[in-house]
Write a protein that binds this ligand. Structure first.
Ligand code: AGP
Length: 613
């Protein structure tokens, strides 16, 4: 989705904005632009396509100044083009705006502005905002008041940043609803604004996060925060722990490859500080979960989107098996409109890497309205999903840049396992020997994942065999059924191949008709409680001439003799097996996409954080 950067201070703002936009490239975009206050007038540069196009334009037509805003756009209204790229300017060029979100009532506002004689220079909904601000500014109101009056007229959720050469000492930023974050960073006599932390982490580690319906007035010396109605608001300055170096590619050709390999460390970090191996206990202090609270729960509902939803599906098996607590799993975009049955004895747990996914945040608000206890598992510290929850678990994986989520999938699997064990302990449904075993198994994970990664060259051979296929079916069952979904999602999002994940037991009810020699079938058959059933699935596919790629436990020669290709995984306690079985599927998708010469880190049409509905 769209990325926003702003700067006010003593340096030339243009390199700061371009560097910030570069840090947001991973989010996905189709055009970019910036506006700079230069010699008391606003200059704009905009280009479609990659950020390098904007950089070339700025090199050809240099511009500099000490106040600037920039934007990477992910088109919603109007084709991806320089004309539709942000910033958008008012008719007299005195106000410029960048925007993340959708102006839901833009048609109505556009009609009104057209009737007032406004001529639109783009096809975007965003342009309505800047004309509304200009109208009030021209009638004599100040910039902040004009901006707030415009913001109050917008329907939908928005992150908005604007500036004007009439008041060249400030940038105005607003967060309305959940269209992604707005963060204000403090420097030495300089201030930064961004939609996402990576854009400003090179410069500052102290920041304020705007809450919904708040407006920040940012000057070189600091920030004041107010409501849309103008009432002052107190804010908290957060210290940000992330290291920007962690967002570099290092020796890897792609962020996705780096992040797949980081999982040995990220899983160790996920466990670190939460597991007392001597006492055989789990500590998730940021959840504030007491024995009384744990015993009072009747149900857990896990809500998420995409990859996070697949983690939620594994979480259902874990919490039901280990903590004996019923779990429902819901896609956030469905939950938010379904009028779900929730009561105060329900814990609603949102999983979100970015913590800013619009559907997930809206689902959390729905759960809050219905009186649920609200938890989240998030990667982005300080994100909205972390802040609005009653308790949270941090993934502790560091920033994930590749659009295809990998390490931010395995970390919540382990978080969910730890939550299940903690709930079981607090609810008194597990004996101490079992508890100790469940806890000690966690220590095996980094090594088991490392052993999967050591087999990467074998995965490359399978990728070579599959790279020209058109379709692929992924089958799993029980705790590994969601891994079939996740394997298929990884393949389709970065290789653009049609891939479908299916519960293996459902094959006979229809999809088996698809099986022929041109349909590779990836079958998850590690030694878990569903192993025998998956073996017969392999037989059924082979009997119909299908090509089988089996994910198998090392040493399983019987399965190897049936399958056409094998992706080996080490023997793993079955409740933790999804953390291991997903690794070769992440690598398989990565290598197929790479062999097809595709843009692995920024696949077409996708964005890292989906901040619109
Ligand atoms: C994962 O590979 C996808 N990019 C996507 O499905 C993602 O998991 C989904 O949009 C949810 O994002 P979140 O975790 O930031 O909420």
């Amino acid at each position: 989705m769209c990325g926003i950067v702003g700067y006010i201070g003593p340096r030339d703002a243009v390199p700061v904005i371009l560097n910030g936009l570069k840090r947001l490239e991973y989010r996905g975009y189709d055009s970019a632009g910036l506006a700079v206050l230069s010699n008391r007038h606003i200059e704009i540069r905009r280009a479609s396509g990659k950020l390098s196009n904007l950089e070339s334009l700025v090199a050809e037509l240099p511009v500099s100044g000490r106040l600037a805003i920039g934007h990477t756009r992910w088109a919603t209204h109007g084709a991806p083009s320089a004309r539709n790229a942000h910033p958008h300017a008012s008719r007299n060029g005195e106000v410029v705006v960048v925007h993340n979100g959708i102006v839901e009532n833009y048609l109505e506002l556009r009609q009104e502005l057209l009737a007032d004689g406004v001529v639109f220079a783009s096809d975007t909904d965003t342009e309505t905002i800047v004309h509304l601000v200009e109208q009030d500014l021209s009638s004599g109101l100040g910039l902040v008041e004009s901006a707030c009056r415009a913001f109050r007229r917008l329907k939908g959720a928005h992150g908005i940043v604007l500036m004007s050469d009439r008041e060249p000492d400030k940038i105005v930023a607003a967060r309305i609803g959940n269209a992604g974050g707005v963060v204000i960073g403090f420097g030495q006599d300089e201030m930064f604004i961004a939609s996402d932390l990576p854009a400003i982490l090179d410069h500052t580690h102290r920041a304020v996060f705007l809450e919904s319906h708040q407006v920040a007035v940012v000057t070189q010396g600091g920030v004041t925060v107010q409501t849309l109605a103008g009432a002052p608001v107190d804010y908290q300055v957060h210290d940000l722990p992330w290291d920007p170096v962690a967002s570099q590619k290092g020796d890897h050709r792609h962020f996705m490859h780096k992040e797949i390999h980081e999982q040995v460390r990220s899983l160790a970090d996920t466990i670190a500080g939460r597991v007392d191996f001597d006492a055989g206990r789990i500590h998730l202090d940021t959840l504030s979960l007491s024995p009384k609270l744990a015993r009072s729960l009747h149900k857990v509902v896990i809500i998420a989107c995409g990859t996070a939803y697949h983690a939620a599906q594994v979480g259902k098996v874990l919490i039901e098996r280990i903590a004996h607590l019923p779990v429902e799993v819901d896609i956030a975009s469905e939950f938010r409109y379904r009028d779900p049955i929730i009561d105060p004895h329900t814990a609603v747990l949102a999983i979100s890497q970015s913590g800013e996914t619009a559907d997930t945040l809206a689902a959390m608000e729905e759960a809050r309205k219905k009186g649920a206890l609200l938890w989240s598992i998030v990667n982005a510290l300080g994100s909205q999903a972390m802040r609005i929850a009653d308790g949270f678990i941090s993934m502790q994986t560091g920033p994930e840049i590749g659009v295809a989520s990998t390490k931010a999938f395995t970390a919540p699997l382990v978080d969910l396992y730890m939550l299940a064990v903690l709930l079981a302990d607090l609810r008194g449904v597990v004996d101490s020997a079992n508890l100790r075993k469940l806890v000690s198994d966690l220590a095996l994970l980094p090594d088991l994942v490392g052993r999967c990664l050591d087999r990467e060259s074998e995965v490359v051979s399978v990728a070579q065999a599959l790279k020209d296929t058109r379709h692929c079916l992924y089958l799993g069952r029980g705790i590994n059924m969601p891994i079939a979904y996740e394997g298929a999602l990884k393949l389709k999002e970065i290789s653009y191949l049609h891939a479908e994940g299916y519960p293996a037991g459902e094959m006979k009810h229809g999809p088996i008709a698809l099986v022929d020699p041109d349909m590779p079938v990836v079958i998850l058959a590690p030694r878990d409680p569903w192993y025998e059933k998956m073996l017969s699935q392999v037989e059924q596919v082979k009997a119909r001439g299908g090509r089988v790629v089996a994910v198998a436990t090392e040493g399983d020669q019987h399965l190897a003799s049936l399958a056409d290709h094998v992706l080996w995984v080490p023997e793993t306690p079955w409740l933790l097996s999804p953390v291991v079985t997903v690794i070769p599927l992440q690598l398989l998708a990565y290598h197929i996409a790479d062999l097809r010469h595709l843009d692995v880190d920024q696949p077409r049409n996708l964005a890292k954080s989906v901040t619109v509905e």
